[in-house]
Ligand binder design. Structure first.
Ligand SMILES: Nc1ncnc2c1ncn2[C@@H]1O[C@H](COP(=O)(O)OP(=O)(O)OP(=O)(O)O)[C@@H](O)[C@H]1O
Length: 264
């Protein structure tokens, strides 16, 4: 069970880690996000919840500009990391993406060894020193709570790991390049309950080093791991508040109806 401290230290002078301001997103003519604004504090876990198709993943993908890869997408408004508007023309997307790690629903290790999976990003970034790479790989695997299980088999194929181990490997791979933000799109939904519990524990630990945003369909999971929760419905951010408040005393009827299972 995740032991939570409920304190969020809000930044002074508006210096949030992630911000969106009046964000609209269209897939062709279809509007998927409507005037979404949010401020996310550094070193917190924020959960995005809401019924299928309400725009959670679309919004998550705005923070690493992954929607740029989809044709016919139009984005209006601002998305900021460390107060820099990431959709401005002069942004170097390649450099910017280094600040953001992403973990997907289905574990997607490369068909390489455990070691090579974690070392991959460092090598791409030009790290040549084997001892430096070994140190980072070990630290990333320790942070991802996988080291003890794999330390004697680092050169075995990642594909031989269990699903839960593969997902922790993907987390190690994401954090090895030292991003400051981790985006997770339903990271435990393909896993068994024991692996899910491990991922939840890990998310809670990782917020010491990263700002984490997680999309989840599992409301118990949102309640367990997140400091703040954002409820989306039909492309709108309906309510965003401390997780305890959202799950015990939401301000909006739509949130209340969703968390009590009346729709979704
Ligand atoms: N690549 C795309 N092209 C066109 N429409 C898309 C695309 N991706 C998502 N959409 C549409 O945008 C809306 C929001 O989808 P999105 O996947 O962001 O919702 P979601 O809340 O994450 O859903 P789920 O919980 O089912 O994953 C949906 O109507 C979806 O059909």
């Amino acid at each position: 069970m995740v032991q939570k401290s409920k304190t969020v230290i809000e930044p002074q002078y508006g210096l949030y880690k992630l911000k969106a301001k009046n964000l609209d997103l269209f897939y062709g003519a279809k509007q998927a996000l409507k005037d979404v604004s949010i401020n996310i504090t550094a070193n917190t876990v924020t959960a995005f919840i809401g019924p299928s198709g309400c725009g959670k993943s679309t919004f998550l993908r705005c923070f690493n500009r992954m929607n740029d890869l989809i044709s016919d997408v139009t984005i209006k408004g601002q998305v900021m990391i460390d107060d820099v508007d990431i959709y401005k023309n002069q942004i170097d997307v390649y450099e910017y993406r280094k600040k953001i790690g992403m973990v997907f629903q289905k574990p997607n290790p490369f068909p390489k060894s455990i070691f090579e999976n974690v070392a991959f990003g460092l090598k791409i970034n030009g790290e040549k020193s084997s001892s430096a790479i070994e140190e980072v790989v070990e630290n990333a695997l320790k942070k991802a709570a996988l080291w003890d299980e794999v330390k004697d088999n680092l050169h075995k194929s990642a594909m031989a790991l269990s699903g839960g181990q593969q997902q922790r490997l993907c987390i190690a791979r994401a954090i090895a390049v030292k991003p400051s933000v981790l985006l997770m799109d339903e990271p435990a939904s393909a896993l068994d309950p024991i692996s899910t519990a491990k991922i939840e524990e890990l998310i809670y630990e990782l917020k010491n080093d990263f700002t984490i945003v997680i999309v989840t369909h599992n409301m118990q999971q949102a309640a367990r791991v997140s400091d703040k929760t954002a409820f989306f419905y039909l492309g709108e951010l309906i309510e965003y508040d401390y997780t305890d408040k959202i799950f015990t005393n939401p301000a909006k009827d739509a949130t209340q109806n969703y968390i009590t299972g009346r729709f979704g």
